[in-house]
Design a protein around this ligand. Structure first.
Ligand code: SF4
Ligand code: SF4
Length: 273
C-alpha cells in the first residue's frame, strides 16, 4: 500500500467516512483521494456504503468465542448504514444482547469481530467487562474505549498488555506491522510501548527507542516531513552503531545533512569523541 493510500485508510479508520471528510482530514487533493479510494476499492480494502460513505473492508476473521450478552461494539463504533454515530447505542440492540435485524444487518456489522471474539485476548478483555472494543484495522490495532470508563485503558492489566501489543506491532522483523491506537471519544493516542503519543497525525510518527519500551517521537505534518524525520532517525541509528550512542535532538524540523548536526550535538553531550 503506498503512502497516500495509507493516509486515506487512516483517515477512514479515524472516522472520515465521506470523500469530502477524507479530503478535509488529510489535506490531500480530490484527485489523489479519488485515485486512492478507487485503488483500495478494487483491492476490496474499502467499500462504498449505501449512503455514499466509505468504510474499511476488513477481511472477515474467524471467531472462537460468542458475544453473549455483550453489545459494546453496537454502542461505541459508528455504523453509517443504520445512521448510528460513535458512542451512541444502536436502536436495533435487543435487551439482553443481540440484534433485532440480525439477518439484515449492514455489511459493516457483518464483517466486524473484535479481537476478544477472535480469541486473541484473555477474558479480562471481554468488552462488556473491560469497557473497550479492541479490533484490528488495515494498518492499526484499535482500542475504542467506552466513554463511561474513559481511563480504563490506562489501568492494569490493560495498559501493560497494550504496551506489549504495541511493541509487537513495532518490531517484528525490524518492520512495523501495525500501529496501536487508543480512541476515547474525539481523543486519539498512539502507543509506542509505554510512551503515549497524544493526537497522532495521519501522516505518521517517527521514533527512536530510549529504553526497551519507551521512545522519543516526532509527529509528521506532511509526507515530506515524515521522510525527513525518518531519514534523521536512520542517521541516529547509524551513529549509534558506529559510536555506541548518539544525542537525540529535541527539534522536530530537521533538514539534511543530518549527520554533522547530530555529531556536534553528541560531542557537546560527550556522547561521541
Ligand atoms: S464488542 Fe466483541 S464481543 Fe462485544 S458484541 Fe462486539 S464483537 Fe461481540
Ligand atoms: S444493526 Fe445490529 S449489529 Fe449493527 S450496530 Fe445495530 S444492533 Fe449492532
Amino acid at each position: 500500500m503506498d503512502q497516500v493510500a495509507l493516509i486515506v485508510v487512516r483517515a477512514v479508520e479515524s472516522g472520515a467516512s465521506t470523500t469530502k471528510g477524507i479530503i478535509d482530514a488529510t489535506g490531500l487533493s480530490r484527485l489523489k483521494v479519488d485515485r486512492a479510494l478507487n485503488a483500495l476499492e478494487k483491492q476490496k480494502l474499502v467499500f462504498r456504503e449505501s449512503q455514499g460513505s466509505w468504510a474499511l473492508g476488513i477481511p472477515e476473521a474467524p471467531t472462537v468465542r460468542e458475544c453473549g450478552s455483550c453489545t459494546l461494539c453496537c454502542k461505541v463504533l459508528e455504523v453509517t448504514d443504520v445512521g448510528k454515530p460513535v458512542n451512541q447505542a444502536c436502536k436495533h440492540i435487543l435487551a439482553g444482547g443481540g440484534c433485532e435485524i440480525y439477518q439484515q444487518r449492514p455489511r459493516q456489522c457483518r464483517s466486524f469481530s473484535c479481537t476478544w471474539l477472535q480469541g486473541h485476548l484473555d477474558d479480562d478483555w471481554f468488552p462488556e467487562k473491560s469497557g473497550m472494543v479492541p479490533h484490528f484495522g488495515l494498518d492499526a490495532f484499535n482500542v475504542q474505549v467506552d466513554l463511561d470508563c474513559p481511563d480504563r485503558w490506562r489501568e492494569e492489566p490493560y495498559f501493560s498488555k497494550l504496551c506489549e501489543l504495541s511493541l509487537d506491532g513495532l518490531r517484528v522483523g525490524g518492520r512495523r506491522r501495525y500501529a496501536t491506537l487508543v480512541i476515547v471519544g474525539s481523543d486519539r493516542y498512539l502507543l509506542l510501548g509505554r510512551t503515549i503519543v497524544p493526537d497522532p497525525t495521519l501522516f505518521g510518527t517517527a521514533f527512536v527507542p530510549v529504553t526497551r519500551d519507551t521512545f522519543r517521537y516526532w509527529k509528521a505534518r506532511s509526507l515530506e516531513h515524515l521522510q525527513r524525520l525518518n531519514d534523521r532517525v536512520m542517521e541516529i541509528q547509524r551513529i549509534q552503531q558506529e559510536f555506541g550512542s548518539c544525542a537525540i535532538p529535541d527539534d522536530d524540523d530537521p533538514h539534511p545533512p543530518y549527520r554533522p548536526a547530530l555529531l556536534e550535538l553528541s560531542k557537546n553531550l560527550r556522547l561521541v569523541s
